[in-house]
Design a protein around this ligand. Sequence first.
Ligand code: ZN
Length: 324
Amino acid sequence: MRATIMYQAGDVRIETIPDARIQQPTDAVIRIVRACICGSDLWPFRLKQPDGKGQNMGHEAIGRVEAVGADVRKIKVGDVVIMPFAYSDGSCDFCHEGLHTSCMHGGFFGNSEVGGAQAEALRIPLADGTLYPVPIGEDHALMASLLTLSDVMGTGHHAAVVARVREGKKAAVVGDGAVGLCGVIAAKRLGAEQIILLGRHADRIALAKTFGVTDVVSERGGEAVERVRELTGGMGVHSVLECVGSEQAMATSMGIVRAGGAVSRIGVPHYDVIPQAQPMFYHNVIVGGGPAPVRAYIEELLPDVPDGYRAMDARESLKVMVQP
Ligand SMILES: [Zn+2]
């Protein structure tokens, strides 16, 4: 079968690899119907050092189940399924607490051990815990929207949850990429009254306004901090959704969060130390976040799919969908 393999920065190839097959009785194999390129795939595309072996790419997909192992009970051959970017058993303490990305038997897709979803097919470990069946055909009009529940929308929602977005409060979203825009949708959905977007791409800003952004700040660094302070009576926002992953974005986030507020980071941080530890301490600021337990959120977000995401998925430049 064909699969996408990244060898080093700028060197990504479609190659023929051995077909995905059942290896454990709890596995399923899915035929990929739709997959995505994630913003996080761009980090290795820019930075990956050659290590002699390639990385199997892709961790967001919808598929049709082609085979199941002997111990798979809930997932059936023929099911159309959403595949969260992490696999999980659905039964350990962490899964019961809704933190499937820390599953004691789980792990992540998109590497040489488990394989990637930018391929014709993929082996899914712990299929019963991992996969979420949706009762639709694979040519359904909402396919692209449902695909957002595999990663990007669940991640934006996680950003809003960790940043403690509350009804009637002020939130800011740092970054206008696909996750940032999903963060806007999530903040609006959870009732934020003021939503400030820090971004500078006109087309994305226009889209974000349709999602509920009330103010846009296109300055950077200290000027951006000043602008957000102006927009919030000098106090800053209760919730900051840091949707970039750079040190600069985190520094800005720490500058615009209000005392007692929370900053969430949901992209892989590309820095070692969180800046401004002392202001963070004196202002009782919470910094949290990590890989989103997307599996835990699918059920909650699924009913809202038809309303919110269609517009976003139409923008090819913002989020690239791959159809094998
Ligand atoms: Zn688990």
